[in-house]
Write a protein that binds this ligand. Structure first.
Ligand code: G1P
Length: 294
């Protein structure tokens, strides 16, 4: 019903105000989950979803992201000379991972404005959007972006990832209301960015992953500024829903929002416990810590 999803856009230009002062000079997307920056997890999700063309939207003080995926010839030569083959292979794998491109978002104008910067790169085909500060673990299931791409490739239109949240938290998210099609699919009817609880059309919150029809670009250009004086992707999707299908997919999995301090620490424990080098020691340390704490 729709052409295959071949491109992904990763917005990573935001100031990271929830994570100051560290986010002043270090992009929050470069904060580590053990030894791997958050954005590498996000790029890997796109790649594991069959998408190798990736556009990262950056801004001032985000250059470390470019450096991370760019070859480091001197460092690689040094590792080679020292016979550090494992580390060398890990670095080389990084710049073979995908075709990564960058575009600057000149002014911080909201998520809609960030996505709009991708219009020339994406052209006229469906594309994925993965927020660069959020890692999703689907534990053995297909990656979430792949699941959304499957919905769009078979049904057309656009698709967004959803999680049910308590009513008192709806004000933090884009909330989608619609018809339940079964199997975790919702046919979107109403979409509101950060509604008051009494105005929320449901408790289904959009969670950092989208596969969008290219018609979103035209819609974004016609959408006025919304919440917070910013161009909201949610508002443009709400407009697009009048013309094209938009499906929500309730997914099973865990969302790690790295811009949030507590989630960042929890994510490090989550990935630390699975880490082949430190997992066992971390588990033991946590057991001791909890046993000894009052
Ligand atoms: C953005 C979107 C919102 C979405 C949220 C989580 O909000 O505007 O619709 O629910 O991400 O993916 P932000 O967290 O940037 O304020």
């Amino acid at each position: 019903m729709s052409s295959p999803v071949r491109k992904a856009v990763i917005p990573a230009a935001g100031y990271g105000t929830r994570f100051l002062p560290v986010a002043k000079a270090v992009p929050k997307e470069m904060l580590p989950l053990v030894d791997q920056p958050v954005i590498e997890h996000v790029v890997r999700e796109a790649v594991e979803s069959g998408i190798a063309d990736i556009l990262i939207v950056i801004s001032r003080s985000k250059r470390a992201i470019e450096e991370h995926f760019h070859p480091a010839h001197e460092l690689e030569a040094e590792l080679q000379a020292k016979g550090r083959d494992e580390e060398l292979e890990r670095l080389r794998e990084l710049h073979r991972l995908a075709n990564i491109h960058y575009v600057w978002q000149p002014r911080m104008g909201g998520l809609g404005d960030a996505v709009l910067q991708a219009r020339f790169h994406v052209g006229n085909e469906p594309f994925a959007v993965l927020l660069g500060d959020t890692v999703i673990s689907t534990e053995g299931e297909r990656p979430l972006t792949r699941q959304l791409a499957d919905v769009v490739e078979s049904r057309g239109g656009s698709a967004v990832a959803l999680q049910e949240v308590p009513l008192e938290k709806v004000q933090r998210y884009g909330i989608l209301g619609g018809d339940d099609l079964g199997g975790g699919l919702i046919f979107g009817r109403q979409f509101i960015e950060k509604p008051r609880p009494d105005l929320a059309p449901s408790r289904f919150a959009v969670c950092a992953r989208y596969v969008l029809s290219p018609a979103i670009f035209e819609q974004l250009q016609a959408t006025p500024k919304g919440k917070g004086g910013e161009l909201q992707l949610t508002d443009a999707m709400a407009g697009l829903m009048q013309r094209e299908a938009l499906h929500g997919l309730l997914f099973a999995g865990q969302r790690h929002d790295i811009g949030n301090k507590l989630d960042f620490l929890k994510a490090n424990v989550h990935f630390g416990l699975k880490h082949p080098e430190i997992g066992d020691s971390l588990r033991q340390w946590l057991r001791d810590l909890l046993r000894d704490s009052p």
